[in-house]
Write a protein that binds this ligand. Structure first.
Ligand code: PPS
Length: 352
């Protein structure tokens, strides 16, 4: 039973944290129809749902950020390629599977530099390439940062990724019934993963940001791509659409083999047991962390201004339940009551 003092301090805290979250915006963050978006989201995609030209056989991996996008994209890609992992080892995932709504304007200005880097990489002997130039991004990787343009250049069937809420999702993809694999992750682990991503991303200006502030931003839906509950529940409402497969991160973690089969079934791809085994192996956390084509090390370098205990790479932990090391008891209580309130009437459940 809470005393009136506890109730008051809880309400005070909510009011204070609202004020605090209003003070923090990631650089370039903008609000579109009530949803905050990051600087690299293409406004044109939000403003016109018709602008994305889809092909009938396009396959999408869609998630709220930090829910297993990279992992699932790798799985789907290997399923579509029937286990052939050649491209997965050498071509950056973003080049193979661009993010539809991504548009990094500043990259356009520096295109010439990345063309030069790519040219030099081909020209200079391997030992120099490995030591000096290999850390620099190439023009293909940079052009993938303009999702709309880059996706035009890909052969069918294309595998595309997106974090777009359902209400902003391309009309053509829905009309043409493109296959969509949606992945949700329990919001506590999602929040922790997102917090570390905010700290890691140079463009977010959050290297000194605290977990307490991030917790408030997350619970008030003020992080990029907005409110977790809105995003997940809206897509959950479409889980029974013929072209949608709704998965959970925790289930992939528990039984990746079954999930590979489920996705293959959904995409009408027949796989042998050996191929399924190979795909599971290629998509293990350890293998992906060691694979420069998917581990995002080139895009997100560890930030050495952050203390070693807080410093991470993109492929951070890849576990279920890591939130327990971050949430305080009162944050957990607060989150649980928010969860009860927002999930009321929904049969969506998570493992924690
Ligand atoms: S992003 O930036 O939104 O695209 O990030 P996203 O890929 O959705 O999520 C990143 C988290 O997924 C974890 N991850 C994995 N977990 C288990 N197995 C594999 N193979 C795997 N690959 C990526 C990654 O580590 C991030 O989670 P955290 O909790 O931060 O480790």
């Amino acid at each position: 039973m809470q005393s009136s003092v506890d109730v008051l301090s809880y309400r005070d805290k909510r009011i204070m944290s609202v004020e605090q979250t209003e003070l923090f915006r990631t650089p370039g963050q903008f609000i579109f129809k009530g949803v905050p978006f990051t600087y690299f989201v293409n406004r044109r995609v939000l403003e016109s749902k018709e602008i994305v030209q889809c092909r009938q056989d396009d396959v999408f991996v869609v998630t709220y950020p930090k829910s297993g996008t990279t992992w699932t994209t790798e799985m789907v890609s290997l399923i579509l390629n029937k286990g052939n992992d050649e491209a997965n080892r050498v071509v950056n995932q973003l080049v193979r599977s661009p993010m539809v709504e991504m548009y990094v304007e500043s990259i356009e200005k520096w295109k010439w530099l990345f063309c030069l880097v790519s040219f030099l990489k081909q020209l200079v002997p391997k030992f120099i390439t490995n030591s000096v130039l290999s850390a620099l991004p190439e023009s293909r990787e940079m052009s993938a940062l303009n999702g709309l343009q880059h996706m035009e250049t890909l052969p069918s069937p294309r595998l595309l990724k997106s974090h777009l809420p359902y209400k902003f999702f391309p009309d053509e993809a829905l009309k043409k019934k493109c296959k969509i694999v949606y992945v949700a992750r329990n919001p506590k682990d999602t929040a922790v993963s997102y917090y570390h991503f905010y700290k890691l991303s140079p463009g977010y200006g959050f290297a000194d940001g605290t977990w307490d502030l991030f917790f408030d931003l997350f619970t008030h839906g003020r992080v990029d791509y907005g409110d977790w509950f809105d995003h997940v529940l809206e897509w959950w409402g479409h889980r029974n659409d013929d072209n949608v497969l709704f998965l959970k991160y925790e289930d992939i973690k528990k039984n990746p083999r079954d999930i590979v089969k489920t996705i293959a079934n959904f995409l009408n791809v027949t796989l042998t047991e050996n191929t399924i085994e190979k795909i599971v192996e290629c998509c293990s956390f350890e293998r992906m962390k060691a694979n420069p084509a998917v581990n995002m090390d080139r895009m997100f370098k560890p930030n050495y201004t952050i203390s070693p205990t807080e410093r991470n790479s993109f492929m951070r932990k890849g576990v279920v339940g890591g939130w327990r090391k971050h949430f305080t008891v009162s944050q957990n209580t607060e989150f649980d009551s928010l969860y009860q309130e927002r999930m009321v009437g929904s049969d969506l459940e998570f493992e924690w």
